[in-house]
Design a protein around this ligand. Structure first.
Ligand SMILES: Nc1nc2c(ncn2[C@@H]2O[C@H](COP(=O)(O)OP(=O)(O)OP(=O)(O)O)[C@@H](O)[C@H]2O)c(=O)[nH]1
Ligand SMILES: [Mg+2]
Length: 242
């Protein structure tokens, strides 16, 4: 059993409420149904927390609020929604002292969320995915204790393109950045056209235009697609494409 499952199981045993942290830009892709099933099997309460809402427009998010129940939408970065989140946790615990496990894909902002709740620096964070190792206990206040965990994706999921897009695999480590970037461009085309101010429509052409724009070329003057792809993925993963 890979070691992260040991951590997940421990948290599922110890916590009464489990927060599943999702990325507002890719809510469905960051849901881990394997974990959700386990939460149910363990008889624990689930609370969906959609993080990074600062990167998505309110118009896009509103319809999703009715779909995910119970859920709280927050931005750890801007400290938005954290008071509502604390209130929701205490509502689920009926005001009693409670241990809350925080689970989710790598890099969705689990540690950042805990910091936003508990005060800066309580849990360590990084733009590098797979940063948190082992389970960390953080006290938020006299009623709420949170367990931070390393990110996990479904055991059988081998979707490297998706992992690159959600930042579960960091842009520096992705083996085929071009394939991942093209898929991202295809899915988030308007955002990317706007961000880099390019008018091309075909993903390959968009990536090429970005390479030219940023003078990313290989010897002979041809666009360096690999470098352009890594740039796009870096900007996406670090929240620069809004
Ligand atoms: N824009 C934006 N970025 C965020 C937000 N929350 C976290 N991030 C960024 O997302 C990256 C990952 O944050 P972490 O809190 O380390 O994520 P994690 O889920 O704990 O990651 P692992 O421990 O690697 O699984 C960091 O670069 C954060 O700055 C948010 O609300 N908005
Ligand atoms: Mg972490």
């Amino acid at each position: 059993m890979p070691s992260f499952w040991k951590h997940v199981n421990k948290v599922l045993r110890e916590a009464e409420i489990i927060i599943e942290v999702l990325d507002a830009r890719m809510i469905d892709d960051t849901r881990n149904f394997e974990i959700e099933k386990k939460i149910e099997q363990f008889g624990k309460k689930i609370l969906y927390v959609v993080n990074k809402c600062d990167l998505v427009s309110k118009k896009e998010l509103d319809p999703l609020k009715r779909k995910l129940v119970p859920s709280v939408f927050i931005s750890s970065k801007d400290h938005l929604g954290t008071t509502i989140l604390k209130k929701k946790i205490l509502e689920l615990s009926r005001g009693k002292p409670v241990t809350v496990g925080v689970l989710g894909y790598p890099n969705v902002g689990k540690s950042s969320l805990i910091n936003a709740l508990a005060g800066k620096g309580a849990a360590r964070t990084s733009s590098e995915s797979g940063y948190t190792k082992g389970v960390q206990k953080v006290r938020v206040d006299n009623k709420i204790l949170v367990l931070d965990t390393p990110g996990v994706f479904p055991q059988r999921e081998k979707d490297l393109v998706k992992h690159g897009m959600i930042g579960a695999q960091s842009y520096e480590k992705i083996k085929n950045p071009e394939i991942v970037a093209l898929e991202l461009i295809n899915e988030k085309k308007v955002m990317i056209q706007k961000k880099y101010n390019v008018t091309e429509d075909d993903p390959d052409e968009i990536l090429e235009a970005i390479a030219v724009k940023f003078k990313l070329v290989v010897s002979g003057g041809k666009p360096n697609m690999d470098a352009a792809a890594r740039k796009v993925l870096k900007d996406w993963q670090t929240g620069k494409i809004v």
